[in-house]
Write a new protein. Structure first.
Length: 202
């Protein structure tokens, strides 16, 4: 169920008009303003076997991750490449190929068909929160919220973040849970937190 997009497909995707640029609403529990870049934001980390450069955009880095080829294909099919290449900033909870592989057989193949662009866009934008929320900020929000933090996504729905031991857990509107397996992958226009499950909106 893993798709490997060609660079020509990705370039074509950049030309697609994004539909969500004006749809970002403030998070119900907004991240604290970042006065200065944390030291981690200046470091290059490895995701999917490739270095993620903090001076590149979310899309420029994601296309090189061998663990996120399905996500990149889906973003391209939904016409969101231009938006996620924009200034943002965005916090992206990025499911791996294995996460998409947990979906029922045929789900991904169906979603990337042109006729299903709307539901695909809803699912993808449900993984995006306006602003740059580092893991330290998110944990602080969880603690301030008495054990959970409600994050309003670009899609308009809510992801609920909590802690299970040292791990950040995201609970979607259907009760599904995703674990952040790699946090604080900083980009020039935001931050990626890698997750092990696709979160689903209502």
């Amino acid at each position: 169920m893993t798709f490997t997009p060609t660079r020509s497909v990705l370039v074509a995707g950049v030309a697609a008009c994004a539909v969500i640029a004006g749809a970002c609403s403030p998070a119900e529990t907004p991240a604290a303003p970042v006065a200065a870049e944390p030291a981690a934001a200046q470091q290059t980390v490895t995701v999917g076997g490739a270095p993620m450069y903090p001076n590149r955009t979310i899309v420029q880095n994601a296309v090189n991750s061998a663990d996120h080829t399905t996500l990149v294909t889906a973003v391209t099919a939904a016409g969101l490449v231009e938006t996620l290449s924009g200034p943002g900033p965005f916090t992206v909870f990025a499911p791996t190929n294995a996460a998409f592989g947990k979906l029922p057989a045929g789900t991904v193949e169906s979603l990337v068909e042109p006729a299903n662009k709307a539901p695909l866009t809803r699912i993808l934008t449900y993984h995006v929160v306006p602003g740059r929320i580092a893991s330290a900020d998110l944990i602080q929000q969880i603690q301030a919220g008495g054990g959970s933090a409600r994050l309003t996504t670009v899609e308009g729905g809510v992801l609920t973040a909590s802690l299970r031991g040292a791990a950040v857990i995201l609970t979607d509107e259907k009760g599904g849970e995703a674990t952040v397996t790699q946090a604080d992958v900083f980009q020039s226009n935001g931050v990626i937190h890698v997750t092990d499950t696709v979160s689903m909106p209502n």
